[in-house]
Ligand binder design. Structure first.
Ligand code: EPS
Length: 381
């Protein structure tokens, strides 16, 4: 299974193709659109999100609500295109001058991309933009829907924004608060302080990053493999997470604390109960050992840097004059941590679905479901 996306931030549309899906997977456009809407929200979003109303068009590969096994093609239109058509058109008479960027923004792909591709900065930033993540959410959501049908749940929460840390809990009420929170935070007090910090950042022309956590529940042991570097589930999840714009680090379970503690305080004892199979007494490993899911909840954390477009810009060098000047200011978000959480949940869904299909290769969802159930029975040993 594989996918590709294409599309510029201010181009006509984003497109995506998924290939290698089994037939018979249920696909709901409403569920995809709900995820797309959630990705657009959050208190720190800028002016662009008032223009867009992301919705997916399913072009091929689904009939009567079920995948057919053929490549699935998707598109999401950019409503902002009508303001950018003369600038972004492929036609030879495109207006290449009026939105030319000569002062690359530190922290973005602008400068290195322009040097590498020997092209102007706009050609780089249009594709480097996090706009592209809308399509990755749509693609991940198609797979997430089938994971839900198999009983796998993926959920996420924002655990800190700009140094304000939320109190964490695992109970149902807490997770309901996360669901209802515009920050995806389960601690109302932290949420209030995040709001205040956002206001301060906006006034100061600053931006804010944060910490995020994604969990995958009800996954059987044995997805991924220890035998080769590129089959390890934690390595594959890490790659997917780090591919999301502005994400700079990822860890699993107790994460970097593992380097600070004795082994007995890091590893999880193995337990067994008849009819239930093996489990762990704790989950410090975050659900992955030896590059394989171990049957516990997968728990991973990620760090998002503050968005590098600053309304109070840092210094840069003018590409022509080579003078030190202020970096260009493009319209941007002040904080997109809650939006990034939606993206992380969906890139995780893709990797997990890929690992499921490797363990249970199937041309139809019913074959997959049969093999999945049989394996889960076997694990009860
Ligand atoms: C982005 C800049 C802003 C964000 C954009 C990512 O867009 P614009 O330049 O049009 O104001 O809103 O995010 C999205 C469009 C999106 O859908 O998430 C950037 O430079 O990465």
């Amino acid at each position: 299974m594989r996918f590709l996306t294409a599309g510029e931030s201010h181009g006509q549309k984003l497109v995506g193709i998924i290939e290698g899906l089994p037939s018979g997977m249920k696909v709901s456009k409403e569920i995809v659109d709900h995820a797309l809407k959630k990705r657009q929200q959050g208190p720190g979003r800028g002016g662009r999100m008032a223009i867009e109303q992301d919705q997916v068009n399913i072009i091929s590969g689904v009939r009567g609500g079920l995948t057919t096994g053929a490549p699935l093609a998707l598109e999401i239109l950019n409503r902002d295109w009508e303001n950018w058509e003369r600038i972004m058109t492929w036609e030879a008479d495109a207006d290449l001058e009026s939105r030319k960027v000569m002062t690359p923004r530190p922290g973005h792909a602008d400068l290195t991309g322009a040097l590498k591709y020997r092209t102007e900065v706009r050609n780089i930033l249009e594709r480097a933009s996090a706009r592209e993540t809308a399509m990755r959410v749509a693609i991940g959501n198609i797979l997430r829907q089938s994971l839900t049908d198999l009983g796998v749940e993926i959920r996420g929460r924002v655990t800190a924004v700009g140094g304000v840390h939320a109190k964490l809990a695992e109970d149902h009420e807490y997770w309901q608060r996360v669901q209802q929170s515009e920050w995806s935070v389960g601690d109302p007090d932290a949420e209030r302080r995040m709001g205040e910090l956002l206001q301060e950042s906006r006034e100061q022309g600053e931006s804010l990053g944060g910490l995020l956590e994604v969990q995958v529940l009800h996954l059987p042991a044995g997805l991924g493999s220890h035998v080769q570097w590129d089959r390890k589930l934690d390595g594959r999840l890490a790659q997917a997470i780090l591919s999301v714009q502005a994400i700079k680090g990822v860890s699993f379970g107790i994460g970097f604390d593992a380097g600070e503690k004795m082994g007995s305080l890091v590893h999880d004892s193995i337990e067994y109960s008849p009819g239930q199979g093996f489990c762990r007494s704790s989950n410090r490993a975050g659900g992955i050992e030896g590059g394989m899911s171990n049957g516990e909840t997968i728990v991973l954390q990620a760090v998002m840097k503050p968005i590098p477009t600053l309304y109070k810009p840092l210094n840069t060098v003018h590409l022509e004059t080579k003078e030190i000047v202020k970096a260009s200011v493009e319209r941007s978000d002040v904080c997109a941590v809650p939006a990034a959480l939606v993206v992380l949940e969906h890139v995780v869904a893709w990797v997990i679905a890929e690992a499921v299909l490797e363990k249970f290769p199937a041309d139809s969802f019913s074959e997959l479901e049969t093999a999945w159930q049989a394996y889960k029975e076997y694990l009860k040993l």
